[in-house]
Ligand binder design. Structure first.
Ligand SMILES: [Zn+2]
Length: 179
């Protein structure tokens, strides 16, 4: 049959005004994959990476956890550690964070450490800043998808009640304080 084909009403011809916001998955329902940052060769050694974390103003506990994990042999390459940008890099440097990216809605979030793409580690001093409910939901989801999820927290906080919430889906490891 001749004639031009008319677009059906149901066909979407125009981009929505804010497609990202409209199509984000609910927290805890993402399908995330981990991506390593492109790490400069002089930070491939974890010790050098930790030095840069310090330069970039990482918090004290995050650095202590990274040092501990390097000493334990859990961290063997700089890319397994996220860091912010140093003052010199600010504005033009490429992000040095490990990202969890949702393959469905493309939402990105930062992960503190990833010994492998199937193992994510959050280093959290729970007194200073706790990841918040959405982070817990998203990490719980990762655990349900057979990822190994670990929280490293100060040893002194191991017996706090809110740690029990983490234990429901994650391994919780205490980092001894150096001071
Ligand atoms: Zn998503």
């Amino acid at each position: 049959m001749a004639g031009k084909r008319k677009p059906k009403d149901t066909e979407e011809r125009c981009p929505r005004t804010d497609p990202e916001a409209e199509t984000l998955c609910e927290p805890g329902t993402h399908s995330e994959r981990l991506y390593y940052p492109e790490v400069p060769p002089d930070e491939w050694h974890p010790k050098k990476r930790i030095e840069k974390m310090r330069e970039a103003g990482a918090d004290r506990f995050e650095i202590e956890a990274a040092e501990y994990d390097y000493a334990e042999g859990d961290i063997t390459h700089g890319k397994q550690l996220s860091r912010g940008l140093t003052p010199q890099e600010e504005g033009h440097g490429q992000s040095q964070m490990i990202l969890a990216v949702c393959t469905v809605c493309r939402q990105k979030r930062e992960i503190d450490q990833a010994p492998s793409p199937d193992r994510l580690v959050e280093a959290k001093d729970q007194e200073a800043r706790f990841g918040g409910t959405n982070q817990i939901r998203n990490n719980r989801r990762m655990a349900e998808q057979n990822r190994d999820v670990t929280y490293k927290i100060p040893e002194s906080q191991l017996h706090q009640r809110r740690t029990d919430t983490l234990r429901e889906f994650a391994r919780v490891v205490g980092i001894p304080s150096k001071s």
